[in-house]
Design a protein around this ligand. Sequence first.
Ligand code: GLU
Length: 430
Amino acid sequence: MSDSIRTPDVHINLNIRGMKPSATVAINERCNELIKQGREVFKLGLGQSPFPVPGVIVDELKSNAWQKDYLPVKGLRQLREAVADYHRRGEGCASTHEDVLIGPGSKELMFLLQLVYYGDIVIPTPAWVSYAPQARIIGRNVQFLPTEPAHDWLMTAQQLADHCADDPDRPRLVVLNYPSNPTGRTYSPEQLEEIAAVAKRHKLLILSDEIYGELHHEGKHVSISRYYPQGTIISSGLSKWCGAGGWRLGTFTFPRQLRWLQDAMASVASETYTSTSAPIQHAAVRAFKGGTEIERYLWRARRVLKQLGGWIAGNLEQAGIKTLAPQGAFYLFPDFGPLRERLRARGITRSNVLCDRLLEETGVAILPGDDFGRPRDELTARLAYVDFDGARAMSALESDENANVDDDFLFTHCPNVLNATKRICAWAAA
Ligand code: GLU
């Protein structure tokens, strides 16, 4: 055996050397390991929908299990039509099936986009854990735009304009994710319109990650594509609103002007994964067609997420942990900064230490702000409030549509999340 085989680090791609598994994936595996060892763990790390896949979509998957052929690289025609229709209904997009690209999860499509598009990747932070590592793997230049809690952790149009002023014509891909993972906050239509004006001025490409769009707690999600259709790629999928993360199905919808980009991505797809799972694509047609069952499902999911998110934010605030109540998705981004001195006395000065100690001392798993592109010494963290039996909560609301989703409901159906919150509060106050 040669030396080089015994020291594989020497031959690893320099962009990947030292890279660890994604924080979201790693925390999930760590929690499962601790549970196996008999530890009590509150799983608020991985952002996985607590709700089941709607029954009508599961039925569709069952009846398509026999589909065995490779499908076209850009996706099943009926699914591409259903996705284009879905965006036409929701956002008034002028898209047709030709504008849609299907992939095995939007995460993979984002990777392909970054690979194919040559330009800076501009990421407002805090941001989902994988955008920047994907850029690093490919060797793209990343520009972080740090946001502030005073602006709801959202990028302002002015901030983007200031960033572009340095080199106005530079090719840039701006990643906007709203409702946001990790903060649960979202942009108003006015804010989107202002950002769109800057994007138009500088011919920016916008990757609009709207995977949580349907989980806007009031059902009022608006896409920036309304204001900047020519430069916006809408990213969506089944993972969050349909509770089907493990099915791995994502969609990109392009403006016609960007067909060259879509085609280039499809070429790379054809040389890598060939096509997305056939039975899953057939089932997804049902999901994107929508209808009453799916609307009812979403209505119930939103009610639970809104009430639960508000409850947690209120309790954390009372304990002195600054937390904005979420407007969508199932995340909160608490800031333990006001308790800094007390935490420092316990040897906690960084967000990763904060989360390690919290898990060790209370069993509550959350992810450090550091993983979301925030400074290491900022004591922020992401809490994914998903450790509850969503199927049970849903069926309680199914059997009584008028049931109040109040504190009693949360105590009955989301006890782990409530207990975890209480533990965080008590731990931080100790
Ligand atoms: N998007 C989810 C999260 O942020 C999980 C899946 C992933 O990161 O790939 O936790």
